[in-house]
Write a protein that binds this ligand. Structure first.
Ligand SMILES: [Zn+2]
Length: 240
């Protein structure tokens, strides 16, 4: 997506390449329109009204069907050169890891999104091994299904969540040293895993972040539920 032009090229909608979404919406409704990436809007919403209020240098992260992110520095959403800053789901956390839909290998999304968890579960089940995930109907093998199995103590599901947590921690550690962050706010459906995901993320961060200035990094759960992005988008529309 190009900001503020609102020209979009979503990875999973091949029919939309350089699609002028903002201009089409403006023409259809005859109103000013702002088009923003959902994860950047999430970060701004949490920074203004949620878990990131009063924070100076924040990364907002969504762990959901995909993995997205956005940076808010001194209260301002950071856009980058083209409006794509914060694409943390495509930072590489396993250089020899599985292929990502973007064409690269080992992106955070392939280990820590709902879609990635399901694919990793399928890969592991294909290699056999005992897991309650093998007994689930194909449509029940979802990110939430993996979380439910992990909460029952299933070894494969727990391993997949630990790998996801380690990937998330790698990406956060990289962002923290590059941007000298003070807070990371994490939201999205996978956060329903609660301590099963947060505790290994914290442990891996403690292990990976050794520089003194990263020692005070705060990790918080999002506070606005599923409406963070909507609130953030509204905040963006109200900004001068
Ligand atoms: Zn990727």
């Amino acid at each position: 997506m190009i900001f503020p032009l609102g020209v979009v090229s979503p990875l999973h909608i091949p029919a939309w390449r350089d699609f002028p979404l903002r201009d089409r919406l403006q023409a259809a409704f005859n109103l000013p329109v702002i088009v923003e990436n959902d994860a950047k809007a999430f970060a701004l919403g949490e920074a203004r009204f949620g878990a990131g209020q009063g924070v100076g240098h924040m990364l907002g992260m969504i762990l959901s069907t995909g993995v997205g992110g956005g940076f808010v520095f001194d209260g301002k959403l950071y856009h980058g050169a083209s409006g794509n800053a914060g694409h943390i789901g495509h930072t590489i956390v396993a250089p020899a890891g599985p292929a990502c839909d973007c064409g690269a290998r080992g992106c955070l999304t392939v280990v820590a999104s709902g879609t990635g968890l399901v694919q990793r579960a399928r890969d592991a089940l294909a290699q056999a091994g005992m897991s309650v995930l093998a007994e689930l109907a194909p449509e029940a093998l979802t990110g939430q299904g993996v979380i439910a199995a992990a909460s029952q103590g299933d070894a494969l599901a727990l391993r997949l969540l630990r790998q996801a947590a380690d990937g998330v921690a790698c990406a956060i550690a990289d962002a923290a040293v590059m941007f000298d962050l003070d807070t990371v706010v994490i939201g999205g459906g996978l956060m329903q895993a609660g301590a099963l995901l947060l505790e290994p993320i914290k442990a891996a961060l403690t292990d990976r972040m050794r520089l003194s200035f990263t020692g005070k990094l705060a990790l918080r759960a999002a506070a606005l539920g599923p409406v963070s992005g909507i609130i953030g988008a509204a905040a963006l529309a109200l900004e001068p």
